[in-house]
Design a protein around this ligand. Structure first.
Ligand SMILES: NC(=O)c1ccc[n+]([C@@H]2O[C@H](COP(=O)([O-])OP(=O)(O)OC[C@H]3O[C@@H](n4cnc5c(N)ncnc54)[C@H](OP(=O)(O)O)[C@@H]3O)[C@@H](O)[C@H]2O)c1
Length: 156
């Protein structure tokens, strides 16, 4: 199963200057609950956006995508220069694409489900989530909170 997980503002923004634009504790917990025990795959920028003391993300196999095969990562973290190669290796496991913009864009067409935290605000940023085409994606769960909602979509 291939899933994308992202927090997205009303204008589809996901970040600025290689950082998140908000700090929502419940969303961090939700992210941890959903992804724990599984594989998380991310682009090199997103890896670098995680403070060193919090990476690799615990209880998850961390995969970093970079074209630089000499890129140094801590023991246990895997690097791949091809998204498809990583996805092929773990095709029988639960893989969560955790960003960023370029990796979401390249994988949304292959994904089975989307875990989206809708942040109910407009933000100015420089990284965006691809359009969620409602002809392709069906909302199957929605949990509303103050200022944000957890939404899950599956491919129709
Ligand atoms: N709101 C959210 O849920 C969320 C989640 C994650 C990230 N973000 C935000 O997203 C932004 C980062 O997104 P981004 O698009 O700049 O970076 P990114 O997708 O995290 O990483 C981009 C890098 O990944 C590597 N890469 C991408 N496609 C590749 C391919 N096909 N083959 C090999 N390597 C490939 C390249 O690394 P090299 O340059 O090393 O070759 C590329 O520079 C930040 O603002 C971050 O905070 C938001």
């Amino acid at each position: 199963m291939l899933s994308l997980i992202a927090a997205i503002s009303e204008n589809n923004c996901i970040g600025k200057d290689n950082a998140l634009l908000w700090n929502i504790r419940e969303d961090m917990k939700h992210f941890k609950d959903v992804t724990s025990g599984n594989i998380v795959l991310m682009g090199r920028n997103t890896w670098e956006s995680i403070p060193e003391k919090f990476r690799p993300l615990p209880n998850r196999k961390n995969i970093v995508i970079t074209r630089d095969m000499n890129y140094e990562v801590p023991e246990g973290v895997e690097i791949y220069s091809s998204i498809d190669e990583a996805l092929e290796k773990y095709k029988n496991e639960n893989v969560f694409i955790i960003g960023g913009a370029s990796i979401y864009k390249q994988t949304i067409e292959k994904a089975d489900q989307l875990f989206i935290t809708e942040v109910h605000q407009v933000f100015e940023g420089d990284a965006f989530f691809p359009e969620i085409d409602k002809n392709v994606w069906q909302e199957v769960e929605r949990e509303d909170h103050e200022g944000f909602s957890f939404v899950r979509y599956i491919r129709k």
